[in-house]
Write a protein that binds this ligand. Structure first.
Ligand code: SF4
Ligand code: SF4
Length: 184
């Protein structure tokens, strides 16, 4: 490594401090000015969890599996969501439907909420509007297993989000539909 020539070194002189600067008075006044300015500005910090953020309806939070008008799981186990999922975190086992209006239903439906990247592709891919992302974001678990949301848990998220009165955008946008239920 070549040493730096003395002529290439640029020496910077420290600024000369006056009496006020030495007492730090200008800096203290500047700091107080900033504090006072913020006192009168609109507050943006929310005291979570005492204050809950009012998230927009298109927020992509926890999934829910929607119920149909009869309270049954709306999903017809077509695998479109799991095929579209880039994180490969949806696991479905289809079984013959116990109901006459559809061929299949999900005997098992599990989403790994820790692996999910909350992209919304599953919601977009579903032909039945059976899976949606809600504005719920603060469900936690103490283990990885707890964050594997099965069908019952995903249906309970639907029930909770309905009780909250804050449906996702897609539900709000219009009639939910399904290929196997042309009149719904
Ligand atoms: S939000 Fe994206 S990553 Fe998560 S389950 Fe749906 S498709 Fe997969
Ligand atoms: S795309 Fe919809 S109907 Fe098909 S398996 Fe997924 S949630 Fe069920």
């Amino acid at each position: 490594m070549m040493p730096i020539a003395e002529s290439e070194v640029r020496w910077v002189k420290p600024p000369t401090l006056g009496l006020l600067d030495r007492l730090y008075l200008p800096a203290i006044a500047q700091g107080l000015g900033t504090t006072i300015k913020h006192v009168f500005q609109p507050k943006v910090t929310q005291q979570f969890p005492e204050e809950r953020p009012d998230l927009p309806a298109n927020y992509r939070g926890l999934h829910r599996l929607n119920r149909d008008a009869d309270g049954r799981v709306k999903c017809v186990a077509c695998y479109m969501c799991s095929t579209a999922c880039p994180a490969r975190c949806i696991d479905i086992v289809a079984a013959p439907s116990p109901w006459p209006d559809r061929e299949k239903y999900p005997e098992m439906f599990v989403i790994d909420e820790l692996r999910c990247i909350y992209c919304g592709m599953c919601e977009q891919a579903c032909p039945c509007d059976a899976i949606e992302l809600t504005s719920m974001f603060d469900l936690t678990g103490l283990s990885r297993e707890e964050m594997m949301f099965d069908k019952e848990k995903l249906l309970s998220v639907f029930d909770q989000s309905v009780a909250m009165g804050k449906d996702p955008v897609r539900t709000r946008a219009g009639a939910l539909s399904c290929a196997s239920e042309p009149n719904v």
